[in-house]
Design a protein around this ligand. Sequence first.
Ligand code: HEC
Length: 178
Amino acid sequence: MAAFDCLSYIYNMKVIYTAFVLWLIAVSCVNDKSERAVITDSGLYEISKNEAGFQYFKMNPDTLSAHRESPHGSNVRIRFNNIAVSAMNDSISDIRGDRFPDGSLIVKEIYDFPGDDLNLLSIMYKSSNDPAAGAGWLWNEVGPNGEVIYPVARKGDGCTGCHSAPGNRDFIRTFSLH
Ligand code: HEC
């Protein structure tokens, strides 16, 4: 093989090798994205069950009497994680703009009576590109020990209709009702 042929052979192999590596990177990125999109019922329960890192609505941890339009039980406490709080006003009574950012988590604790044991957690988690999202949120309800009452897989069917009623802000009802 002449020296020139040999050089062009090496050059061609390099191009093919580089293209192969780039293809591998592209394929692994695509897979990575689809895996990241799904958050499970138990994953949501884990990040919702403890109060640490949350702020209560209006910075007040007292129970509120649920609004008459609420299906969730008679006494409630609503808390917001730090990502949700970053989009809210200083008194934690309303959202500043139009939308909560992805990663916002809003948890409603439901009780029969103020000071009673917890009955239920209703959860909204903002994940706008998630295939299980309904109106940009994941919707979930779990019992006090994490037992799934309403799974994320239902995509907010039965939740979004009521949460898009007049006065909602990014599907949050509390701001205009309490
Ligand atoms: C019939 C109407 C209605 C339906 C259906 C409904 N909600 Fe609500 N939801 C409310 C109202 C009203 C509030 C305001 C707080 C209160 O008084 O309970 C609320 C509050 C919440 C909150 C606190 C944040 C906010 O929007 O104020 C979460 C979280 C929540 N609901 C989750 C759910 C989930 C999950 C479902 C479906 C499984 C659901 N809701 C179905 C009416 C409804």
